[in-house]
Design a protein around this ligand. Structure first.
Ligand code: ZN
Ligand code: ZN
Length: 376
């Protein structure tokens, strides 16, 4: 393993806030002599698979993570005065259980906590923390927010809460981004780390690949916030340092805290998510007991559908056509898929829920199964 690993990296899936192309990230990591890299997009994991594949193709160990948004209060609270502020947090999957938990948390952010951003909260972090490494994130992290408010007691309490959940997998994150407040925060974080026995980790919150890409990233931010580059009051990062730095640059900057650099490697070694490709993972469809196989049940449904639709007019030709289509479905391993699609369409139709053409042929197969079973 190289002597530094980037564990806080945004790709183009940090929408309008990431100028890194996934395909370029592992190539750059390799060029700079690193052999692992994380992806931590804002609130989403859209890039996880592409990143994983791109890393594998370039001999880089992929670390799957996310920079989640944490609600100030509960994820269910959506009061314009109290809940428009939220904080950032880095989560990295150590193993496949961690990956599932991360996916779960990110989904909860959208389905339950969405308020301007997909937000999670302490309650779900407690519930789904298994298999995850947690880092305190950028200046928008909870600990840093308390530090910037000059409330060290609060910063301490927040850090201790996270330590109580993630144990030795909780890290205080110091960054090399040249922002004035960050320099102050780094000092305080180092103090907190020594005082509370919480390990440090050095990151660079990389939003673009090279220093010269900082301008392009500013343009992206303008598009996101509806501003012009000429607007004096536009949101900006006030730094050109958020690029994928070399290990040498990171080591030099944090030469007084070598443990923060060493920990990036230790974390990378701890993270071992493996994806399997090439086979279909479908939920099992429970068929009624009287049917020996799933195929038998699908065949019975098809037969019923044919009778209902054609009645007396059911010809040998139609029967042969249905048998042929069933055999293709069976051969392709899609029996359960068709049963699942039939099940929810049938449920909708028997519960007065409209089903439109998009859902009808949503399966994308040139087959008449849904059509045959249109009993209502
Ligand atoms: Zn952040
Ligand atoms: Zn970030």
């Amino acid at each position: 393993m190289s002597n530094f690993v980037h564990l806080h990296v945004h790709s183009e899936f940090s929408l309008l806030d990431g100028a890194n192309r996934i395909k370029d990230l592992p190539v750059r990591a390799k060029e700079l002599g690193m052999d692992a890299m994380a992806i931590t997009d804002h609130g989403v994991m859209f890039g996880a698979i592409d990143f994983y594949k791109a890393c594998k193709a370039n001999g880089i160990k992929p670390i799957i993570g996310c920079e989640v948004y944490v609600a100030n209060r509960s994820r269910h609270d959506k009061d314009p005065n109290l809940d428009s502020k939220y904080s950032h947090l880095i989560l990295l999957a150590k193993n496949n259980e961690g990956y599932k938990n991360l996916a779960k948390l990110v989904s909860i952010g959208y389905t339950e906590g969405f308020y301007y951003k997909p937000r999670i909260d302490h309650e779900v972090l407690k519930q789904y923390h298994e298999g995850l490494i947690c880092c305190s994130a950028c200046l928008a992290g909870e600990v840093n927010q308390a530090i910037l408010e000059d409330d060290m007691e609060k910063a301490k309490q927040v850090a201790l809460w996270y330590k109580s959940i993630f144990g030795e997998d909780y890290y205080l994150e110091i960054q090399n981004n040249g922002i004035k407040q960050q320099i102050l925060a780094n000092q305080k974080l180092i103090e907190l780390s020594r005082q509370l026995d919480i390990p440090l980790v050095a990151t660079n919150d990389a939003h673009y690949l090279k220093k010269e890409d900082a301008y392009n990233h500013e343009v992206l931010l303008c598009i996101q916030t509806g501003k012009r580059m000429s607007d004096a009051d536009r949101m900006r990062f006030e730094t050109e340092e958020l690029y994928v730095k070399s290990p040498e640059e990171m080591i030099e900057y944090f030469r007084n805290v070598p443990d923060a650099i060493e920990n990036t490697v230790k974390i990378a070694e701890k993270c071992n998510v493996e994806f399997e490709f090439g086979h279909t993972i479908l939920p099992n469809y429970d068929v009624p007991k009287e049917f020996k196989t799933h195929y038998d049940y699908l065949a019975k449904l098809t037969e019923d559908g044919l009778k209902q639709r054609y009645g007396e007019k059911l010809t040998k030709e139609l029967k042969q056509r249905a048998d042929y289509e069933l055999s293709v479905i069976d051969k392709m391993g899609y029996v359960d898929y068709f049963l699942i699609v039939w099940d929810y369409i049938y449920y909708a139709k028997t519960h007065h829920i409209p089903v439109g053409p998009r859902a009808w042929f949503g399966c994308g197969f040139p087959c008449c199964l849904c059509h045959w079973n249109n009993r209502y």
